[in-house]
Design a protein around this ligand. Structure first.
Ligand SMILES: [Zn+2]
Length: 208
């Protein structure tokens, strides 16, 4: 998505159409690299600041997350009718945004074993070199996300997300795409000032 405001609005309406419409509107994660999750029932606020996870049980209310190297993770428990979206980079892994999102879903009636999670494109361990301090923080919560080669460290966000979710009993599928290597994705690490890609999820009512 581009930076220009009207372009963003336009992209949002394209996205809503692409997911088959959202009669109850669309609400987006503000993204604060936090472990804060909000339950939403309306799209009134448009963007909810200070959170990195949104959960809803309201049909046709779309949840949107944006990122550029951070992963946007979508969650659905079809059986109980609970969906969620989360935004996680290394800080989200450390603070536990994915676990917080799953717990919030469960408080709304979901069960971990019924949740399907999808991890969107994010930066890989080869492209995301970090210092030893950051690597150690992530290794403490998701050891498989951290790579070391000749004294250099890298973090793979998607691998961290998969391992954290599997510890919770949630099966997660990763897109496997690295935002920095892919020419069709925005990457903060690669480009500095950049747009963000998004993912959205919407719960449909069962056909009558
Ligand atoms: Zn990469």
């Amino acid at each position: 998505m581009g930076d220009d405001h009207s372009q963003v609005e336009q992209n949002r309406s394209v996205l809503v159409q692409a997911i088959g419409g959202a009669q109850a509107g669309l609400v987006a994660i503000g993204a604060a690299h936090s472990a804060n999750v909000a339950c939403v029932e309306t799209s009134e606020e448009g963007v909810i600041e200070g959170v990195d996870g949104l959960v809803t049980t309201v049909p046709d209310l779309a949840l949107l997350g944006l990122g550029a190297d951070c992963a946007v993770v979508t969650f659905a428990d079809i059986e109980s009718g609970v969906v969620a979206i989360a935004h996680s980079g290394w800080q989200g892994l450390v603070k536990g945004i994915l676990s917080a999102s799953v717990h919030q879903m469960c408080s709304q009636g979901a069960a971990p074993e019924s949740i399907q999670a999808h991890i969107g494109p994010s930066i890989c361990g080869q492209c995301y070199e970090v210092d030893s301090e950051r690597a150690a923080q992530v290794a403490a919560v998701a050891p498989s996300a951290v790579f070391e080669s000749r004294g250099k460290y890298g973090i793979d966000i998607a691998l961290g997300a998969v391992s954290q979710l599997s510890e919770l009993g949630v099966v997660a599928i990763s897109s496997g795409e690295c935002t920095s290597e892919s020419t069709r994705h925005f990457s903060y690490r690669r480009d500095g000032t950049t747009g963000r890609q998004g993912a959205a999820i919407v719960l449909r009512k069962a056909p009558a």
